[in-house]
Design a protein around this ligand. Structure first.
Ligand code: F1P
Length: 292
């Protein structure tokens, strides 16, 4: 199959992460301030990135941070700021929520500076260099998290080097798998949901995702020969052995979970191609969900 847009977008992530991080200082006044009580909202991929950022921000000591799907924002609750993530800036739940939140300061991170969501947000941080032609999101989502991690004081150059390594890791021996459960700890949990979503979106592949400690509480019953249990970042002590006993294959890479997500993105695209699907045009999906 011909190279797809998503292949090129996945491969560009080391560079788009560096560009995003380079913007962190300049856009700091628009981003959540230290001590603010913040809600982060998004839909689909953008929600999962919000989940990971919320844990990272609290761990960094910047303040209470909650993450919600755009449709599930608790309208009665008070926050100092609501930050929305939306590649397209057209997703209905996000445009409606930002419109309704008059009185609460809002920030939007988007790829499209003149989108409807930007028109109703108080502050907009645009990352047009991370926009994508593929319906399936990869680099906008990860570049957003790179920007936010740089803003929290993390070293994104080291991360970008790990992203380069992630692009080289062989995946062909994983493509025979019948099913995959992604697991992770702490802030990586959001990325496990994103990894599983990628394989469903791009390849119609059966995947699940869990906090790694919770995986033992039922989901491990799915593990068997021919299936994968794939950790993003460190796994709890003993889990690899418990998975091995089921006959499933335990997959782990010595990478930061965000770099590890790149391997999962490549896995999703590889699965799609192996199934004769076009990963740029996934079944039943559009670039964003715009409701009448
Ligand atoms: C959110 C999103 C995408 C998903 C699909 C539908 O879009 O859920 O994550 O891949 O294409 O829309 P956005 O609000 O980030 O533009």
């Amino acid at each position: 199959m011909q190279p797809t847009f998503v292949d090129a977008e996945i491969a560009s992530q080391p560079e788009t992460w560096r560009r995003a991080a380079a913007r962190a200082q300049g856009v700091a006044p628009q981003l959540p301030q230290r001590g603010e009580r913040v809600a982060v909202v998004g839909c689909g991929t953008s929600w999962f990135i919000a989940m990971s950022y919320a844990v990272l921000r609290e761990q960094a000591g910047h303040g209470v941070t909650d993450a919600f799907a755009g449709s599930e924002y608790p309208r009665g609750r008070e926050y100092d700021r609501v930050m929305a993530l939306s590649r397209s800036g057209t997703t209905t739940e996000i445009v409606e929520l930002l419109t309704a939140l008059s009185g609460t300061p809002t920030t939007l991170i988007t790829a499209v500076a003149d989108s409807p969501a930007a028109g109703v947000a108080d502050e907009t941080v645009a990352l047009p260099f991370a926009d994508e032609q593929s319906v399936v999101q990869t680099r906008f989502a990860t570049s957003t998290l790179a920007l936010l991690r740089a803003h929290l004081g993390e070293d994104v150059e080291t991360l970008a080097e790990q992203a380069e390594a992630a692009l080289e890791i062989p995946i062909d021996d994983l493509l025979e798998a019948e099913q995959c459960s992604f697991v992770g700890l702490g802030w990586a949990v959001g990325l496990t949901y994103e990894a599983a979503l990628k394989t469903r979106e791009a390849a119609q592949f059966w995947s699940e995702s869990y906090p790694a400690m919770d995986y033992r509480h039922g989901p491990i019953a799915i593990a068997q020969p021919g299936r994968l249990v794939w950790t993003l970042g460190a796994a709890p002590t003993g889990l690899a052995d418990e998975v091995a006993e089921t006959g499933a294959r335990f997959v782990a890479h010595d990478l930061d979970p965000l770099a590890g997500l790149i391997v999962a993105q490549r896995f999703a695209v590889g699965l799609a191609k192996a199934r004769g699907l076009d990963p740029d045009n996934p079944r039943s999906l559009t670039r964003s969900v715009i409701l009448a």
